[in-house]
Design a binder for this molecule. Structure first.
Ligand SMILES: *[C@@H]1O[C@H](CO)[C@@H](O)[C@H](O)[C@H]1NC(C)=O
Ligand SMILES: *[C@@H]1O[C@H](CO)[C@@H](O)[C@H](O)[C@H]1NC(C)=O
Ligand SMILES: *[C@@H]1O[C@H](CO)[C@@H](O)[C@H](O)[C@H]1NC(C)=O
Length: 550
C-alpha cells in the first residue's frame, strides 16, 4: 500500500520536475500578454512626434523637408517655401490631429521644419513646441486644443538653435528647453527681462563626444525638490535652474556605455508615492541603449547588439548609486511609458545598431513590462509581439483608456515605402496591456465622479466615486495621476505618475464605493496642468478622467 501510493506520487513529482522548468521558460518566450490592434492603416504622415491633449486628440508630426506625404492639405492649400531643401511647393501635410474617440484624422499646417524638435504642454493645456531643423530651429509653435485650431508659429521665438533638445514643464508653468545639437545651454519659454538670455550648461559639453554627440535628447526629470535631474551619455546631474548651479553629480552608470541619442536608450521617473511625507523619495530608471562604439560600427555596416541593462537610482538619497538590472531582451530606441497602475512599459526599437538613418537592425517586436515594486529579479515580463517594426522615428504614448498608441518608423531620409529594409510606416496601432483583457472586467473600476475636466487644488481632499461589478478588495485600491507626455526619439518628455495618498474605501451602495485621497500639495510634485486620473483595483485601472491641478 505504502509503496503503491508513494510510487505514483513520485512519478507525478518527477513528471512535474521534468516539465515545469522548460514549460515556464516556454510561456515566457511566448509572451506574458497584451494585445495589438491596427487602428489606422495610414494616417498619411509618420508619427515621429506625438502628444495627447486634454480633448483626447493627439497632435502628430514628422518633418516638412521630406517630400510629399500621403495626407493632402485641405482646400487646395500649399506651403510655398523657397528655402525648403526638398520641395518648394508642397500641398501635403506634415502634421495631423488624430481624434482617438472618432478615429478621424485632420491635416494641420505647419510652416517651419519640426524635425527632431521637442515640446511640453503648458498648464492651460496648450502644446508649446520648440525648435527643429533649418528654418524651424529657432521656432516656438503653439497648438491649442480646440475644434479647427491649427499651429501658431514664431520662427524666431528661441535664442539658440534647438535640434534634438529636451523640454520640461516647470512648477511655475514655464517650459525649459535644454541642449540640442552643439548647444551646451538652456533657455526658457516664455522669457522675462531677466531670463531673456542663454544659461550655460557645461555638463552638456562634458558629456559630448564630438565625433558621435552621444548626449542628445538628454533625459530630464523634475525631482521632488524642484531641481532637474538631467542624464546625458552615461551620467547625470541635478540642476538648480533658478541659480544655474549643479547641486549634485551622480556617479557614472556602471559599464560606462552611452544611453542617449544616437545610442538611444530611454528613461522614466518611477511612480512618486507617499506624497504627504516630509521627504518624498524619487527614483529614476534608465533602460537600454547601445555600446560605446555602436554608431561608428553601424556606419561601417556592423550592427552591434544593443544593451540589455537598466540602471535604477534613488535620486533623493544623500549618496545615491546605480543598481543594475538585466532585461530579458536587449533594446536600442525603445520607448518607456508609465502605465496607470505604476508599471513601466518598454516598447518599440531594435536589438542591434543605433538611432540614425538606416542604422537600426533586428526590430524588437516584443514589449516588456517592468514592475518596479516586485523584488529584483522578478520585475520584467515579456509581452506579445507586434508584427510591425518600429525603429528610428517611432513613438508610443498612453491614452486615456489605458491603451498605448504606437506609430512611426522612418529610418530613411524620405518617405520610402519600397526598396528599403524597413519601409517608412504611416500606420497607428494600439497595444492593450493585459489589464484591458475582458477576463478582468469584474475587477475593473469605473469612475462615476468627479466628471472629466475636474479642477483640483494642491493638497485638496478628493473623494472619487467608482463602481466595481465583482468583489472588491479594498486593500488594493489606489488613485493615480499621469501627465500626458511629449514623445519623440524614444523619450517621453514631462512624463510623471503620482500615487495619491489615502485610499480609504467606503461602500456607498451595491457595487459603488468612494475612495478618499489627497491631491499632491505642490507644483514640485506635480506641475500645474492636465493629468489623467485613474482608479486602480488589484492592478487593473479604470478608464481615466482628465483633471486640471493648480
Ligand atoms: C528663406 O531664407 C532667407 C534667408 O535665411 C530668409 O530671409 C527668408 O525669409 C526665407 N524665406 C521663407 C519663405 O522662409
Ligand atoms: C517672436 O518671438 C520673439 C522673441 O520672443 C519676439 O521678439 C517677437 O515679437 C515674436 N514675434 C511675433 C510675431 O510674435
Ligand atoms: C527614397 O526616396 C527618395 C525620394 O523619393 C529617393 O530619392 C531615394 O532614392 C529613395 N531611397 C531609397 C533607398 O530607395
Amino acid at each position: 500500500m505504502a509503496t503503491s501510493t508513494w510510487f505514483p506520487s513520485f512519478l507525478v513529482w518527477l513528471l512535474l520536475f521534468l516539465v515545469a522548468t522548460p514549460c515556464r521558460s516556454l510561456t515566457h518566450a511566448a509572451g506574458g500578454g497584451g494585445k495589438w490592434d491596427l487602428l489606422q492603416q495610414s494616417i498619411g504622415i509618420s508619427a515621429m512626434h506625438m502628444q495627447l491633449l486634454n480633448n483626447d486628440r493627439v497632435v502628430i508630426f514628422d518633418r516638412t523637408d521630406f517630400g510629399e506625404s500621403k495626407l493632402p492639405l485641405p482646400d487646395g492649400k500649399c506651403r510655398n517655401d523657397p528655402n525648403d531643401t526638398v520641395l518648394t511647393v508642397d500641398c501635403t501635410a506634415h502634421s495631423a490631429e488624430y481624434d482617438v474617440l472618432s478615429k478621424s484624422i485632420r491635416p494641420l499646417m505647419v510652416l517651419t521644419d519640426v524635425w527632431c524638435s521637442s515640446g511640453a504642454v503648458s498648464p492651460d493645456g496648450r502644446l508649446i513646441q520648440t525648435g527643429g531643423f533649418n528654418d524651424g530651429d529657432h521656432a516656438v509653435r503653439i497648438f491649442t486644443p480646440c475644434n479647427g485650431c491649427d499651429w501658431q508659429e514664431n520662427s524666431s521665438g528661441l535664442l539658440a538653435r534647438r535640434w534634438y533638445a529636451t523640454n520640461h514643464i516647470l512648477p511655475d508653468g514655464r517650459s525649459i528647453i535644454i541642449g540640442g545639437r552643439r548647444q551646451f545651454n538652456y533657455e526658457f519659454y516664455p522669457k522675462s527681462s531677466s531670463t531673456n538670455i542663454l544659461f550655460s550648461l557645461p555638463f552638456l559639453s562634458q558629456t559630448n563626444d564630438p565625433k558621435i554627440e552621444n548626449n542628445l535628447y538628454p533625459f530630464v526629470h523634475l525631482n521632488v525638490d524642484g531641481n532637474l535631474f538631467i542624464f546625458a551619455n552615461n551620467r547625470a546631474i541635478l540642476l538648480d535652474y533658478t541659480k544655474n548651479a549643479v547641486v549634485k553629480t551622480f556617479p557614472q552608470m556602471p559599464g560606462g556605455d552611452p544611453r542617449s541619442y544616437p545610442s538611444t536608450g530611454s528613461s522614466v521617473l518611477l511612480p512618486l508615492k507617499n506624497l504627504q511625507q516630509s521627504s518624498v523619495e524619487a527614483e529614476v530608471l534608465v533602460c537600454g541603449g547601445a555600446p560605446k562604439d555602436s554608431y561608428v560600427q553601424a556606419k561601417k555596416g556592423k550592427f552591434v547588439r544593443a544593451l540589455d541593462t537598466c540602471g535604477r537610482i534613488k535620486i533623493t538619497d544623500a549618496s545615491p548609486d546605480w543598481s543594475m538590472e538585466t532585461m530579458p531582451l536587449a533594446r536600442v530606441m525603445g520607448d518607456m511609458l508609465l502605465l496607470p497602475n505604476g508599471h513601466v512599459l518598454i516598447i518599440n526599437g531594435a536589438s542591434s545598431g543605433t538611432a540614425g538613418w538606416e542604422l537600426g537592425r533586428e526590430p524588437e517586436l516584443k514589449p516588456v513590462i517592468y514592475r518596479p515594486d516586485n523584488p529584483s529579479g522578478s520585475r520584467f515580463e515579456v509581452q506579445n509581439p507586434s508584427s510591425t517594426p518600429r525603429l528610428y522615428h517611432s513613438t508610443a504614448i498612453l491614452l486615456r483608456d489605458g491603451r498605448v498608441l504606437v506609430g512611426g518608423n522612418n529610418p530613411h531620409r524620405y518617405y520610402n515605402f519600397t526598396g528599403v529594409l524597413y519601409p517608412t510606416d504611416l500606420s497607428l496601432e494600439a497595444f492593450s496591456p493585459d489589464y484591458l483583457d475582458s477576463k478582468f472586467s469584474t475587477l475593473r473600476p469605473k469612475i462615476l465622479s468627479p466628471g472629466s475636466q475636474a479642477q483640483l487644488s494642491y493638497g485638496q481632499r478628493l473623494s472619487v466615486r467608482f463602481s466595481v461589478s465583482g468583489a472588491l478588495n479594498d486593500k488594493w485600491v489606489s488613485v493615480t495621476m499621469v501627465s500626458p507626455s511629449f514623445t519623440t526619439h524614444s523619450f517621453s518628455m514631462n512624463q510623471r505618475l503620482l500615487v495619491l495618498d489615502g485610499g480609504k474605501v467606503t461602500p456607498v451602495s451595491s457595487s459603488v464605493y468612494d475612495v478618499e485621497v489627497t491631491a499632491p500639495n505642490s507644483g514640485f510634485l506635480a506641475p500645474s496642468g492636465y493629468y489623467l486620473l485613474f482608479v486602480v483595483h488589484q492592478e487593473i485601472p479604470s478608464e481615466g478622467i482628465w483633471v486640471n491641478i493648480k
